[in-house]
Design a protein around this ligand. Structure first.
Ligand code: ADP
Ligand code: MG
Length: 378
């Protein structure tokens, strides 16, 4: 495998904020970027040299796009994996279409993990309300019902607390062909391991963020995680083993659950930059976005040591009350706050519009700075 050098063109399927930040890092390194996204106003289009504004299922356009770039990657999982696999016949796609195929499908993903001996939450595949009731009897309530396809930010999932919930839950997720129920755990913590892998199985981890969710959407992450070293090391071993068995070239994020009894489970996989890794832009020499470029272009991986404690908070559309944006000037008066806005036109409840990172000497300082920032936002 030859290096894909600066000056070459990287194609990104998906033009959301992950694509935008990847594009900005790639351009800084001298690459050209082309984006494929059906949304004419997608954030990444503004920083790309070309925007292919067509549907994800237009195989002819996808083919033209793939032939116009030197290498393809994706920042979004809900692109038909069959089409991505087709592109692989003539183009280089990293991570591969088969990695996408598994990680975009909760049932395939869970089966892959379970079959390979990775720790997963007790679960059952379901196709009907009867199946769900059967799972409730076998696994016990409460359960979480999740669609196999197209779920993100808590969408496509619902909690089941009683037998009566089974029918309603099935309807709420739109009676899909295939779904999954899993035991609702009492979580002590959530964290994620982000690992980059190159073509020669060379790899580099990022510092581990501890993730705090609200309404099943990532609310904030804190790094370092303050989770026991031994647990972090075990999780890193698991994440690397998963990445190697999937033969990932690029980034793999593994979301973990840690229970009250110190058990760890793999929650889900994302073969791309991850929201919980945004801190790396401001507090690691090499960000997750740059590392992705380095990995897929067969360049040496960069240093990822944490410069200091960092607090990353997502800014959701909810903050744009009556269409009015938050008071950025006040927020920017906090000197160690780094603001990232994705340039999305329409703020909606739960929509990720931006994030900030707060840097400080210790955890206490960054948490108190976040309190100060929150007061300004409210
Ligand atoms: P997605 O991030 O794709 O929306 P996840 O499966 O990661 O879907 O679920 C989102 C969040 O919901 C998790 O980060 C966690 O906070 C909560 N959650 C999901 N599954 C469980 C579970 N089995 N037990 C407890 N909490 C869960
Ligand atoms: Mg998740």
């Amino acid at each position: 495998m030859k290096e894909i050098l600066p000056g070459s063109t990287i194609g990104i399927l998906g033009g959301g904020q992950l694509g935008k930040m990847t594009a900005m890092e790639a351009r800084r390194m001298g690459y050209e970027i082309e984006i494929y996204d059906p949304d004419p106003f997608c954030p990444a289009a503004k920083v790309a040299s070309r925007h292919w504004n067509y549907p994800y299922d237009d195989s002819d356009r996808l083919k033209d796009f793939s032939q116009s770039v030197d290498i393809l990657t994706y920042e979004f999982e809900n692109i038909p994996a069959v089409l991505v696999k087709k592109l692989e016949e003539n183009s280089l796609v990293c991570p591969s279409g088969s990695v996408l195929d598994i990680s975009q499908h909760r049932v395939k993903e869970k089966e892959f993990l379970a079959c390979n001996g990775f720790p997963v939450v007790p679960h059952q595949v379901v196709r009907s309300v009867e199946d769900i009731k059967d799972a409730a009897a076998r696994l016990g309530l409460p359960l979480i019902l999740k669609t196999a396809l197209l779920g993100y930010d808590g969408k496509g999932q619902v909690q089941l607390h009683s037998i009566e919930d089974c029918q309603r839950g099935w309807e709420d997720i739109g009676k899909p062909v295939l779904a999954l129920v899993e035991k609702k755990l009492d979580l002590f913590a959530e964290f994620s391991v982000i690992v980059a892998l190159g073509y020669k199985k060379n790899y580099a981890f990022f510092p581990i963020p501890r993730n705090f969710h609200r309404n099943s959407i990532l609310d904030y992450s804190i790094v370092p995680s303050n989770i026991e070293k031994k647990i972090e090391e075990t999780a890193k071993e698991i994440a690397l083993a998963i990445a190697l068995s999937l033969k990932v070239v690029g980034l793999l994020t593994v979301e973990f659950f840690l229970t009250e009894n110190a058990e760890i489970f793999v929650n889900e996989l994302a073969p791309r930059p991850h929201n919980s890794g945004h801190f790396s832009l401001d507090s690691c020499l090499t960000s997750q976005f740059e590392q992705l470029i380095r990995a897929i272009c067969n360049l040496p991986l960069g240093q990822t040591t944490l410069r200091g404690p960092v607090f990353m908070r997502n800014l959701l559309g909810d903050l744009w009350q009556d269409g009015q944006s938050p008071n950025w000037i006040e927020l920017l008066k906090i000197p160690s706050l780094k603001l990232h806005l994705y340039g999305k036109k329409h703020p909606r409840i739960g929509r990720k519009m931006g994030h900030y990172c707060l840097l400080g000497e210790d955890l206490e300082e960054i948490i108190s700075l976040d309190k100060q920032a929150l007061k300004i936002l409210q």
